[in-house]
Design a protein around this ligand. Structure first.
Ligand code: SAH
Ligand code: SF4
Length: 458
C-alpha cells in the first residue's frame, strides 16, 4: 500500500466523503471487501449506506453466470444514478474485473476505477489518479507481482474494517492450481500461494488480543497449504499452531477431498478448539462426471474420507457443494449424485446448476444439458438434501451444545442466532447482550435451516 497516496487522499477536499463496498461471491471476496473498506477508511472516507455513498465499490464474482448478471445489473443502475449525482464515483474490482483483462476499461461503462484481484492495495493510488485526471483508470495485473509492489500479499493482514467483532476471517492461501474443468477461479485468482506461517500467526494473535472468539482460516483449497513454503508446513500444523495461540474456536474452508489428509482428520479429532465442521465439496456422485470435472477422486475415495472423518470425529458436520447439469450428465449420473447425498448424510449442501465459463475446459465439452432438465434435477436434489438435513437435525434434538451467539435472529423477534461447534445455526431466546458470548443451550426443536434451543443456566 502506498503511504503517500493514503496521506494525499486524506488531505484532498474533493475526494468522495463516503463509501460502500458491495461484495458478491465467496468468503475470500468478503475478506477482500474488508481490506478495501480498511484502505478507504485509512484514506479518510467514511463508510455509509449503499444508497447514499459517494464512492460505490463493486467487488464482483464470476464463478457463475447469475452472480455476474446481478453485479452487472447493479453496476448499470449505479452508473445511471451517477448522472444525477455530481461527485459520485464507481469502482469495480474482484473476479469479473480480473477476467475482463485488457478490455477492463470498456466492459464497465460508468466505472471510474477498475482493478483486479492482485492489485487491491493500489486502490488509493487509483482513486487519486481518477480525481487528478478526471478520467477512468483501469489496471489489471496478470499475476501477483513480487513482494513490495503493492500486491495483496504484501499486506494481507490489513485489519478488517471498523472495530473487530467476535469472528474474523484470515486468508492463509490464495489462488488455485486444481483446474477443475468447470471452474474459472484458477484463471482469475492465479496460482496457489501460501502465506508464511509466522505471518498468519501474527495476524491471528492480533485478532485474539482484540477479543475475537472464532477464527476462520480461508483458502480455495486449504488442504494444500504449505506447498512452496520452506520448512514443510502443513495445514494441520497451521491449525494446531493457531489453536495453540488460545483461539476458542477455529474453522477453515474449503477442503478439496483429494487432499484431505489423515493428519488433518486427526487434528480435528484431537484439538478441541478446531470445530467439528468440514466443507468438503463433492460436486457429483458419478465417477464418470467426476473424471470429466477433473476432480481427481472418485466416489469410493470420497466416501472413504467421509467414513474416516466420522470414525475419528463422531459429531462431525459435513457440508458440500453439488453441481447438476454438467455437460453430458445423464439420468444415471444424476441418480448417482442423489444416492451419494443419501449415503453421505450431509448437514447441508450448496447446489448449483452448471454455468459455462469462457476459457474453461468444460465450456467446450459436448452434451449440453437442457435448462429444464437441470431445473428439474436441482429441485430433486434440494429435496433430497432437505430430508438429509431434517434427519441430522432430528438427531440433535435433546442434545446440549455451546452456541456462539452472532446476531439478532432474523425471523424471531427477541431472539439471537448463533452457531454450534458443528456449524449449524441455532436460534435462542435472549437479547443482544448475548452476542459474542458462548452460551450453553439445549436443542429443543428444528426448523428448516435452523435449530431452536433454550439457554441452560451456568
Ligand atoms: N475452492 C472451492 C470452491 C470454489 S467455487 C472448492 O474447490 O471446493 C464454489 C463452488 O461453486 C464450487 O464448489 C462449485 O460447486 C461451484 N461452481 C464453480 N464453478 C461453477 C460453474 N461453472 N457452474 C456451476 N457451479 C460452479
Ligand atoms: Fe475451482 Fe476446483 Fe480450484 Fe475449487 S479446487 S477453486 S472448484 S478449480
Amino acid at each position: 500500500m502506498s503511504e503517500s497516496a493514503v496521506t494525499a487522499l486524506r488531505n484532498r477536499a474533493d475526494k468522495p466523503g463516503t463509501f460502500a463496498v458491495v461484495t458478491y461471491g465467496c468468503q475470500m471476496n468478503a475478506r477482500d471487501g474488508e481490506t478495501i473498506a480498511s484502505l478507504l477508511t485509512a484514506c479518510g472516507l467514511v463508510k455509509a449506506d449503499r444508497a447514499e455513498a459517494e464512492l460505490l465499490v463493486f467487488n464482483t464474482c464470476c464463478v457463475r453466470d447469475n452472480a455476474e448478471r446481478r453485479a452487472l445489473g447493479n453496476i448499470r443502475r449505479a452508473a445511471h444514478d451517477k448522472r444525477s449525482r455530481p461527485g459520485m464515483m464507481i469502482a469495480v474490482c474482484g473476479c469479473m474485473a480480473q477476467e475482463s483483462g485488457e478490455s477492463a476499461g470498456r466492459v464497465f461503462p460508468g466505472a471510474d476505477i477498475v482493478f483486479g484481484t492482485h492489485n487491491i492495495l493500489r486502490l488509493p493510488e487509483y482513486l487519486l489518479r481518477a480525481l487528478d485526471e478526471r478520467q477512468p483508470v483501469a489496471d489489471i495485473w496478470n499475476e501477483a507481482g513480487s513482494s513490495g509492489d503493492g500486491t495483496i500479499e504484501d499486506a494481507e493482514d490489513i485489519a478488517a474494517e471498523g472495530s473487530v467483532g467476535h469472528k474474523a476471517f484470515v486468508i492463509v492461501m490464495r489462488g488455485c492450481d486444481n483446474f477443475c474443468s468447470y471452474c474459472v477461479v484458477p484463471y482469475v485468482r492465479g496460482r496457489e500461494r501460501s502465506r508464511p506461517m509466522d505471518e498468519i500467526l501474527r495476524e491471528c494473535e492480533g485478532l485474539l488480543a482484540a477479543g475475537v472468539k472464532e477464527l476462520t482460516l480461508l483458502g480455495q483449497n486449504v488442504n494444500s497449504y504449505g506447498v512452496g513454503l520452506e520448512g514443510g508446513a502443513t495445514f494441520a500444523g497451521l491449525l494446531r499452531a493457531v489453536a495453540g495461540l488460545g483461539a476458542p474456536r477455529v474453522r477453515f474452508m474449503t477442503s478439496h477431498p483429494k487432499d484431505l489428509s489423515d493428519e488433518l482428520i486427526a487434528t480435528m479429532a484431537d484439538v478441541p478448539a478446531v470445530c467439528n465442521h468440514i466443507h468438503l465439496p463433492v460436486q457429483s456422485g458419478s465417477d464418470r462426471v467426476l473424471s470429466l470435472m477433473n476432480r481427481r477422486y472418485n466416489r469410493e475415495r470420497y466416501m472413504e474420507r467421509v467414513g474416516s472423518l466420522r470414525r475419528a470425529v463422531p459429531d462431525v458436520g459435513i457440508t458440500t457443494d453439488l453441481i447438476v447439469g454438467f455437460p453430458g450428465e445423464t439420468d444415471a449420473d444424476f441418480d448417482d449424485t442423489l444416492s451419494l447425498v443419501e449415503e453421505a448424510r450431509f448437514d447441508a449442501a450448496y447446489t448449483f446448476v452448471y454455468s459455462p465459463r469462457a476459457g474453461t475446459k468444460a465450456a467446450s465439452m459436448l452434451g449440453r444439458v437442457p435448462e429444464e432438465v437441470s431445473r428439474e434435477r436441482i429441485a430433486r436434489l434440494i429435496a433430497a438434501q432437505e430430508s438429509s438435513t431434517a434427519r441430522v437435525f432430528a438427531g440433535l434434538i435433546g442434545s446440549e451444545r455451546i452456541v456462539l451467539a452472532d446476531e439478532p435472529a432474523r425471523r424471531s423477534a427477541g431472539g439471537v442466532s448463533g452457531r454450534i461447534d458443528r456449524g449449524i445455526s441455532v436460534t435462542l431466546p435472549g437479547g443482544e447482550d448475548l452476542i459474542g458470548r458462548f452460551v450453553p443451550a439445549r436443542i429443543v426443536s428444528a426448523g428448516h435451516n435452523t435449530l431452536r434451543g433454550v439457554i441452560l443456566e451456568g
